[in-house]
Write a protein that binds this ligand. Sequence first.
Ligand code: GLA
Length: 425
Amino acid sequence: MPVSFIEAVKNDDGARQATSLFSETFGEYCRMRLQDNGGVWASPGRVNIIGEHTDYNEGLCLPIALPHRTFVALHPRRDTKVRVVSSVNPMSIEQADLDHLHAGDVKGWAAYAIGVAWALRKAGYLKVRGFDAAFVSCVPLGSGLSSSAAMTCSIALALSDAFDLGLSDSDVGRVQLIHAAIMAENEMAGASTGGLDQNASLRCVEGNALLLDCKKDLTPLQSVSQQPFDLAANNLELLVVDTCAPHQLNDGQYAARRMMCQEAAQALNVSSLRAVADSISNSEDSQQTLQDTLNRVQKLGGETMMRRVRHVVTEINRVREFVEAFHKTDITLAGELMNQSHNSLRDDYEVTVPELDTAVDVARNEGAYGARMTGGGFGGSIIALVDTNRAKPIAQAIADEFAKRGFAAPRALSAVPSSSGERIL
Ligand code: GLA
């Protein structure tokens, strides 16, 4: 079976689809008013190039925004009622009243959409009132490509503009929107998330990867730097393959990893594993310091904790090395670091599944410079850094191997570093 590539929907098409869903759902009257107080906003999914499970350890990561976006047509109301609809199930309108809403009250997909309004009000943005909103998306759902952040960030931008919060036009303002998007996921939807996805969706710049430093207490300016990531100039493509293995972050595995990292930091008497990573890389003999630290963790918390810590501290360092390698156009080294990252996620952090490992193995055998899972793991997608024109044959080889092994058919897309969310109508 030929493997299918998911194309990104262009802004004008996305705006058209979102506004027609809006008017079909909420009526002609609302469609008219879209032009006054409402509009259409879009925010992207992401792939993380390297730096996985580091964000909640105050570490480093390196995402790019995908050209694939979630579009929301939104129109503010005078009361505090909310109605939301999605093209996934256009017959079902989810409703809530912001005045009587508590953490966990909204269930299913609407928790992400409505949760952002709830979180903004909790943060003191009481200008946020009720609204009607219609979502359409071309970010594949549940693929580890941050479809949830694309949704929360698109509506965060919409609420900021529709209620004149003034947060969408500056990086400092966007950081406030990111906090609300994270709070919606954590507290309304009950899904753990560390901030990587939302930062990517609202802070990436076209043509660049976002070097994100998740250390606490950094100013917005200190926390990001744009890293030119020109694939075409290097005759490269970034292939994304969605393995279509089921992917869930709220089933306890992600939270368990997070908890163990916290316990390890406590046992080592530091605020986060970032501090451990920094003291290793700043020491004179970093290999020896790494080994000594891991021996200590093993004594304090056992073998599993030691392996979790080994992943996090080596991964933080790999982000630094990858940035340097790509900057020097040492693509072989950059690819090798991606491979190391995947192996560490497979062997030490234990968040891969057979579909991810198989896809990565095939991509490497077919000549990728490097291949790794991207996102939280436990299903989802892989990325592979490949020569121009190799993306399709490699995706096909993965699909053929999946068919042989009886896995579900995978889907592919080509990732180019795209821009963050914005108002488009
Ligand atoms: C998910 C989370 C992110 C991050 C990644 C792993 O995507 O939402 O915050 O922790 O997993 O890097």
